[in-house]
Write a protein of this length. Structure first.
Length: 365
């Protein structure tokens, strides 16, 4: 779902290059009991502590992953290498008889970052190949400028040309998130990991459709092209705010703001993220008034404006319907494909019971 900055300007904490960063590794351990995990961790650190050779660490993590799957008590750590300071997660117990199912979840705009996918591209050829295939389709089939050349994203050793705080042109946000999410699906498949369910929010439903099998790669990239064109056209039509309240309280706040502004409309619930977290979208002036109301000491409501320039998922997007549907004829004009995973629709709020066609994609916007 759309997110917001929760810390100081990212540019204060990142550098312009990842060349000096160490690769991260997933160290997983498994045993029959939780107490045995602590002994296994100590043994592991004693044997491989301070090993820095990347090839050795990759081989180790692969072996650990295979071993871990055979045991019910499990823990993991993500770190450049193993040291006495490496922190492992709280142990969990799995039930081999419960047949756990994997669900892939795809976010909307908000988590974009100038370094996203860099280490994956360095470590996994399947991921980098997927990114490059996406860009090739963008250039050769849809006659667009190369996103990789224009932005410098993803490719190891290439300096990123976008802002470190993630406030990018909407085209770059859409394409970059769709590119990385498709590549993550390809990476998961290349590792032999099977999933049964998929769910996505907003832009995330494009890669969700790719993961579910409704779209092939060309379709997914084409949908991203159409969506970015429509969203670029709508840029500046409004704003969005994340509120730490439920739907009813959000509606009460909306009514107060509309009444004070003597307006009949202009605010809508754009997303229900949890029982106590909603996103409201509307005109710039009314969203600013919502933030002001939330910041009132008597209200005590968490509120944060999102890093977007449109009032997504509202009637303010309707002027772009004709443009979007016309551009969607090329990727989806001949229909979709047979799905391979079950879809939970965030547009409909239930298990998907219709096709992920052009009309569905517009309903998502």
């Amino acid at each position: 779902m759309e997110t917001f900055e929760t810390a100081n300007d990212v540019s204060k904490t990142v550098t312009s290059s990842t060349s000096s960063e160490k690769s991260l590794h997933l160290f997983s351990i498994g045993s029959l009991t939780e107490p045995a995990l602590a002994r296994w961790k100590d043994t592991l650190i004693s044997s491989f502590g301070n090993v820095t050779d990347d090839k050795t660490l990759r081989s180790l993590t692969r072996s650990l992953a295979r071993q871990t799957r055979a045991y019910p008590a499990r823990s993991f750590a993500v770190a450049p290498t193993l040291t006495d300071n490496t922190k492992f997660s709280k142990p969990v117990l799995t039930n081999s008889n419960s047949s756990p199912k994997l669900c892939l979840v795809f976010s909307g705009q908000g988590p974009q970052h100038i370094f996203m996918g860099r280490q994956l591209a360095e470590s996994y050829p399947a991921f980098l190949e997927a990114i490059q295939l996406n860009d090739s389709i963008l250039v050769h089939k849809y006659k667009q400028e190369s996103m990789l050349e224009r932005t410098g994203l993803f490719i190891p050793g290439v300096e990123t040309k976008l802002a470190a705080n993630g406030v990018w042109p909407v085209r770059e946000v859409v394409l970059s998130l769709v590119f990385i999410q498709i590549a993550l699906v390809d990476l998961i498949r290349s590792l032999g990991i099977q999933y049964e369910f998929v769910v996505g929010h907003s832009i995330g439903e494009i890669a969700m459709g790719y993961a579910s099998g409704h779209y092939d790669r060309e379709m997914a990239v084409g949908i991203a092209v159409a969506r970015s064109a429509a969203m670029t056209k709508a840029e500046g039509n409004g704003a969005m705010v994340a509120l730490g309240v439920g739907v009813q309280k959000a509606k009460n706040m909306m009514r107060k703001v509309l009444a004070k502004a003597n307006a009949a409309s202009g605010l809508w619930i754009a997303g229900i993220n949890s029982p106590q977290a909603v996103t409201v979208a509307g005109t710039h002036e009314l969203i600013d008034a919502m933030v002001e109301l939330a910041n009132d000491p008597e209200a005590k409501v968490f509120a944060a404006k999102l890093r977007v320039g449109c009032a997504f998922h509202t009637p303010l997007m309707e002027p772009q319907e004709e443009l979007f549907k016309s551009l969607m004829q090329e990727p989806l004009g001949k229909g979709t494909k047979k799905p391979v995973a079950r879809v939970m629709s965030t547009a409909d709020g239930k298990w998907l019971d219709r096709d992920l066609d052009i009309d569905y994609c517009w309903d998502n916007i």
